[in-house]
Design a binder for this molecule. Structure first.
Ligand code: ZN
Length: 158
């Protein structure tokens, strides 16, 4: 489904899609980055609170122009936007979240985050992916994929 939407949106120049982020031994790196600051939209019917998204961006030291609440979840990857969407877009298991990004030439072009938990650390982890960060096996790091059991350490992030 996502592939179809993307091919419509981008035509022949299909960007890479990342739904699974590699795990690194040391501190995580960025698989790509936002070369232009994204528009960040939190849809009203998502399970995600605007102030929690603001908290995640603050924790990740990510400067953001504006985080807005929007009425509808369009459930799509849109150029220049990170959407924090609802589990009505895609059902995911409880206590987990998912981030999907598209990128080309090292620049992220779109992102979507879906969370099915109120745990801020899960939101922060997925927001990290939306900003391009990969996984790390370092214990206690927010980008450790087994983050449910770890703390808030963010060693290695800018
Ligand atoms: Zn992850």
């Amino acid at each position: 489904m996502i592939l179809i939407l993307l091919s419509l949106a981008f035509g022949a120049g299909l960007p890479e899609i990342n739904v699974w982020f590699p795990e690194e031994e040391g501190v995580p790196t960025k698989i790509a980055q936002w070369c232009e600051p994204p528009v960040v939209n939190v849809c009203k019917d998502s399970e995600i609170k605007l102030k929690d998204v603001e908290g995640a961006f603050l924790f990740l030291n990510q400067p953001v122009v504006e985080i807005r609440e929007v009425r509808n979840c369009h459930c799509q990857l849109r150029l220049g936007e990170i959407q924090f969407a609802s589990t009505t877009c895609k059902d995911i298991s409880p206590l987990h979240g998912q981030a999907i990004i598209t990128y080309s030439d090292g620049c992220i072009s779109s992102g979507i985050v879906i969370i099915r938990t109120q745990e801020p650390i899960v939101l922060t982890h997925e927001t990290g992916h939306a900003l391009g960060w990969t996984h790390t096996s370092l214990f206690n790091h927010v980008m450790n994929p087994e983050y449910e059991g770890v703390g808030w350490f963010k060693l290695g992030m800018e």
